[in-house]
Design a protein around this ligand. Sequence first.
Ligand SMILES: Nc1ncnc2c1ncn2[C@@H]1O[C@H](COP(=O)(O)OP(=O)(O)OP(=O)(O)O)[C@@H](O)[C@H]1O
Ligand SMILES: [Mg+2]
Length: 250
Amino acid sequence: MSKIVIHIDSLSKKYRGSQEFAVENLSLTIVQGEIFGLLGPNGAGKTTLISMLCGLITPSEGTFTIHDFSYHESPKQLKASIGVVPQDFALYPSLTAKENLCYFGSMYGLKGKMLGDKADAALASLGLAGYKDKQVGTFSGGMKRRINLLAAVLHEPAVLFLDEPTVGVDVHSKKAIMGYLLELNAQGTTIVYTSHHLQEAQEFCTRVGIIESGKLWRIGSPEALIASIPQANNLEDVFIDLTGRGFRDG
Ligand SMILES: Nc1ncnc2c1ncn2[C@@H]1O[C@H](COP(=O)(O)OP(=O)(O)OP(=O)(O)O)[C@@H](O)[C@H]1O
Ligand SMILES: [Mg+2]
């Protein structure tokens, strides 16, 4: 039996002043080594769920553990075991690529030569060695996405959360990012990521969860979900069948 890494039990979030749940009564278990894709249209609740798991916002109801740690009892251990790649860039434009990575690495206790070496190796692994001393503010969207990702993995987290890691990037950067994530996964990192790209998720994920209006409608491997619906050829067909509308109908 694979080891359970993330255990979510009846998690809900209602933002202050809002009448509706952004995430409602959501339960889910993710095991070690999975690449789990959280798929849903704009406003489905993807970022809200990830933000709770990363400790950025507090759940209204329900509980969860990561590696058996909870924010309530063991916040330090929990934070040390996860990496977070946010939907919006969390980088300092006036710092260089290497300075940005060293800054984020230092927040996880890395320092000195070890930190510098790790930052250099990370930049090289995503084709950015030649840009390490350039200001991030001058970078393309795809390069910023790559730095955003590297900033989250320097401390070698066992679980990596990524919120839309390939939004706004060209094919080349996308390939580099997905290839890098597959390498991390092959080394044992559990990956949870959100996406609008059903085709990408279909190719990349071991399992996906389809989320809409804060609720998980289905969970399973892409193959199993497609096979569960007659006439479905891909995850887009599954989504239409479940919700009665296309993924991008709004
Ligand atoms: N800080 C907030 N305060 C109030 N409501 C919020 C807040 N953040 C999100 N919401 C609402 O919660 C719901 C879920 O939003 P969320 O950002 O989690 O969706 P999402 O699936 O990440 O969407 P997207 O694909 O656009 O990133 C939406 O109705 C949104 O308007
Ligand atoms: Mg979002």
